[in-house]
Every structure is written in structure tokens, then in C-alpha cells.
Design a protein around this ligand. Structure first.
Ligand code: RIB
Ligand code: CA
Length: 313
């Protein structure tokens, strides 16, 4: 199997950070062509800064980081400092990055990369609101068919919403963008809350991160110590859900995950259910399948992979 050549589109976010670290620790399976930051968990000025902090934590200041859209398409930005802290990466103290931000806009980097690479050779891995991806598809429709696949974290069905009663945060922040992406015709694999809420950092799993003994293991343990508060308080969870690392782990070991090819549409009309992923899990609509909607994970296998790979950095 050829390695995945990917662009990570992200709004770090502690869980985004772990997803990026896992990707950078797995060069046999993943080549990170670039990281594009988007406004989401915190404003763009912080997500692009945090993305660079994480690259330097991984010892990879060579990875190009680009700033993208600072607000959703046609809606005000909603952020999640209540979950991720005011920096978006609360927990560890990470030094300000020495590596510079790329001059090029993230949307143009996505377009140029897809045009320059062989068709079907680049995978897009959105970990935040889909604004940059949708803008690229709208600005350059020719690149849509050049995408190998999209593997994204977002949405929910049986788990319902985490920011409203019906919507998951990434989709809720920019439902118009999500609608463009889900209707693009690109092959999409979705990591919804249905699966990410089964990837919980229990105390034992966080102790295993800390026991790695390197600065990455310590930083991830400190991120999780901070990040788990929200979910423990709201859901009574056993630990923080590692939402975004499900995306990069899927690229490395897809057999850890299972799901169904179904139709997924995005609510963009009703404020009451805005951003809901209307997942036709029981295939009652007759609408054509447009996504592999993941519902289950081998959580022990996931954490064994993650811990083993973080120890490499
Ligand atoms: O709802 C969880 C998602 O929203 C994760 O990607 C988290 O980082 C936030 O972006
Ligand atoms: Ca994210």
C-alpha cells in the first residue's frame, strides 16, 4: 500500500495536536505535505500559532504551516475556549515557535498542491470546520476530482450533538462549508462523535502517555489532563475523547475502525438543528451513499498504536 500523502486542515485544539503528532510520528504510512490552519476551537491567529508549536514539539519545523479562513462562510465564528482553554492548547507550556508561518493562503496551498500532484494522490484530513476545504472547492472546482479521499472528524448520529442538542462542533461552526464538502462527490470517511466518544483517555491510558518519558508524552498527558474536564463534567466520561487522532490512526490502521457507507446530508436551513449531520444509518431515504460513517473502534488497539508512535518523537 503506497503511503498517504496528506494535507492536515486543523484548528488546534489539544486533540488536533495529538492527531498531528501521530501523523508526524508515522512516516512509513503518512507524508504530511502541509498543515493548513482554520478558525474553529479558537480564532485563526491562535490555531496557526498552535499548529507551529505542535510541529516544533514533534521536532518537525520543516513542515509548512499555512493560515486559512478566519471565519465561516456566511456565519459568525463560534469558538470553544470553554473546552480547549483561552490559548486553544491549554495544559502544557509550549514555547512560541521559531518556525515561520508560510506567506501563501491555506486555500491557495490546497488548490496548488492538488493541481501539482498526480490526480487521486492527495488525501485531505480536516480536523476542524470545513471552511478552507469548501473555499478551495468553490474557488477551483477542477481540483475536486483530483482528491484521493477526505478523512475528516465531524458530525454525529447516535451520539447527537456536543455544541447544540443536534450538532457536532466542526460541522456546526460552518454548516454551509460542510454541505459543499459532503455534496462534492469526493469519497469521504467520517469520524463522528459516535466513534470518537469511544476513544477515551482513561487514567491508565494517560499514565501510559506520561510513562513514555519523552517531552511529547509529557505534553500529551498535560493536554489531556486539561482537555478532559469538559467531557467528564458534561457526559461523566472516563476521560477525554481523542476525536481528531481517529483520523490519522485510520490512515495507519484502518482495521481498527468499522462503519457503514451511507448518505449524510447537512442541515443548513433550520436554526434549531443547524449543522446536524442527517446520517441515513438505516438507509430509509434512498439517497445515494456519499460517506463511510464510522461507528466503532478497537480502543485498546488505538491507544497501543498511539502510545507506541508518540514514543518515537
Ligand atoms: O467536536 C469535536 C471537534 O471539534 C474536534 O475536532 C475538536 O478539536 C473541535 O475542533
Ligand atoms: Ca479539531
Amino acid at each position: 500500500m503506497s503511503k498517504h500523502r496528506i494535507i492536515i486542515d486543523t484548528d488546534p485544539g489539544q486533540d488536533d495536536a495529538v492527531a498531528i503528532l501521530l501523523a508526524l510520528a508515522s512516516p512509513e504510512e503518512i507524508e504530511v505535505l502541509g498543515i493548513t490552519a482554520v478558525a474553529g476551537n479558537v480564532p485563526l491567529a491562535l490555531t496557526q500559532l498552535n499548529a507551529r508549536k505542535v510541529c516544533e514539539l514533534a521536532g518537525r519545523p520543516d513542515v509548512p504551516v499555512f493560515a486559512g479562513c478566519d471565519r465561516p462562510l456566511g456565519r459568525d465564528l463560534v469558538t470553544a475556549e470553554h473546552v480547549h482553554g483561552k490559548t486553544g492548547l491549554d495544559g502544557p507550556v509550549l514555547p512560541d515557535p521559531q518556525m515561520r508561518l508560510q506567506e501563501q493562503h491555506a486555500v491557495d496551498f490546497i488548490i496548488d498542491t492538488l493541481r501539482a500532484a498526480p490526480a487521486g494522490s492527495v488525501t485531505l484530513c480536516p480536523l476542524g470546520p470545513l471552511t478552507n476545504i469548501a473555499m478551495a472547492f468553490e474557488k477551483a472546482p477542477d481540483v475536486v476530482t483530483r482528491v484521493r479521499e477526505i478523512v475528516l472528524m465531524g458530525g454525529a448520529y447516535f451520539e447527537v450533538g456536543n455544541i447544540t442538542p443536534t450538532a457536532e462542533f466542526n460541522i456546526y461552526v460552518d454548516p454551509q462549508a460542510a454541505r459543499i464538502v459532503f455534496r462534492s462527490g469526493v469519497q469521504i470517511t467520517v469520524m463522528p462523535l459516535d466513534v470518537t466518544h469511544k476513544a477515551l483517555v482513561t487514567r491508565a491510558r494517560n499514565d501510559a502517555f506520561r510513562a513514555i518519558g519523552n517531552r511529547v508524552g509529557r505534553a500529551v498527558a498535560e493536554m489531556t489532563d486539561f482537555f478532559e474536564r469538559f467531557d467528564k463534567e458534561k457526559y461523566g466520561s472516563l476521560g477525554a475523547p481523542l476525536h481528531d487522532p481517529c483520523v490519522t490512526a485510520y490512515l495507519i490502521r484502518p482495521e481498527l475502525f468499522s462503519g457503514r457507507h451511507i448518505n449524510v446530508e447537512i442541515e443548513t436551513g433550520s436554526e434549531l438543528t443547524m449543522g446536524m449531520t442527517v446520517a441515513d444509518w438505516w438507509r430509509v431515504t434512498g439517497r445515494p451513499a456519499n460517506a463511510l460513517f464510522i461507528g466503532d473502534i478497537d480502543a485498546d488497539g488505538f491507544f497501543a498504536l498511539l502510545t507506541e508512535r508518540l514514543a518515537r518523537l
